[in-house]
Design a protein around this ligand. Sequence first.
Ligand SMILES: Cc1cc2nc3c(=O)[nH]c(=O)nc-3n(C[C@H](O)[C@H](O)[C@H](O)COP(=O)(O)O)c2cc1C
Length: 348
Amino acid sequence: MYKPVIRPLLFGLDAEKAHNLSLSALDIAHKLPLFETLLGVKSQWMHPSLERELMGLYFTNPLGLAAGLDKNGEHILGMQALGFGHIEVGTVTPRPQSGNPQPRLFRLKADRAIINRMGFNNKGVAALKLQLQKAKPHLDAVIGVNIGKNKDTPNENADQDYLFCFNELHEFADYFVVNVSSPNTPNLRELQDKEPLTKLLEKLQEANEKLSRKRPILLKIAPDLTEEQLSDIADIVHATKLRGVVATNTTIARSQLSTSIQTVQQIGAGGLSGQPVTQRSTQVIRQMRQMLGSGKVIVGVGGIMSAADALEKLDAGADLLQLYTGFVYEGPALITKILKAIKDDTDK
Ligand SMILES: Cc1cc2nc3c(=O)[nH]c(=O)nc-3n(C[C@H](O)[C@H](O)[C@H](O)COP(=O)(O)O)c2cc1C
């Protein structure tokens, strides 16, 4: 029903309004009796061949919701009811912030893509903590918390923001993702450079060492890094004993789009996601797997628009997968399709 009926209605609205409306609808729908039966998915996403044990965590299936869709953790149970095996909330910053002025979310339908320059709009750590507390007793899904810095925190003090998020939220997070790869916070991506990144990750690991139950920490990387930068990142992941990477975030590239140059220029700055990033993201996963070896975890995200895209990312070396733009274009049916394909592929 999503593609023929709901999507045309939603795509007739401003992109951010449609986003908020569909999340509100999900919040209501998932509480209805027979929601899961109507979706008919439970048998597809609860199956022994879909289960994963990674980073000391049990995942009912390898497909998760990517960061940015549920920034404040307000829709966790709805997303769980749709079949996601893990849900990455955030990016959260210590203090609430409103993000960039609207419009800041754009659909490129001809490319099955999105450009966004949201700028870490979120309600801050305290609000997310409350939501995580509320959801905790009802969770089957693994919860990842994606952490960032406030826009007005200078890069020299960024580690304080990341540490604050970590210290405040570790009780409710199964794993953390350090986001230094969003293109929408000025200069954030400079934190991907060798020296500041090593310093930041060392500080987080120092805080982690003090916990009785240490949390797996992953690094989210941009698809725009050169091979040399990726190799530096792999060295840093080993040196700081991170558990792995999330590859990839959105791209600042605008190559090979079907949407006219004029329209793309009118939209302006932002991160591009969806189909145009599929191949590059898979390539980064493949390179990172070679550079990291088999001991680290790779979460593959970026342009998974079909079951075939998902299988390709697993083949390239991803252990877990995440969706954002594919979910917007294809709806919840994509979750079932992907999980069925993974199950069939495993049982072959
Ligand atoms: C509107 C929007 C907001 C996003 N916000 C975040 C964010 O806050 N933190 C983050 O790490 N990634 C964010 N992302 C990136 C996604 O998590 C994902 O890495 C990227 O979109 C590539 O996957 P996709 O092609 O399936 O969308 C956002 C993406 C979109 C489209």
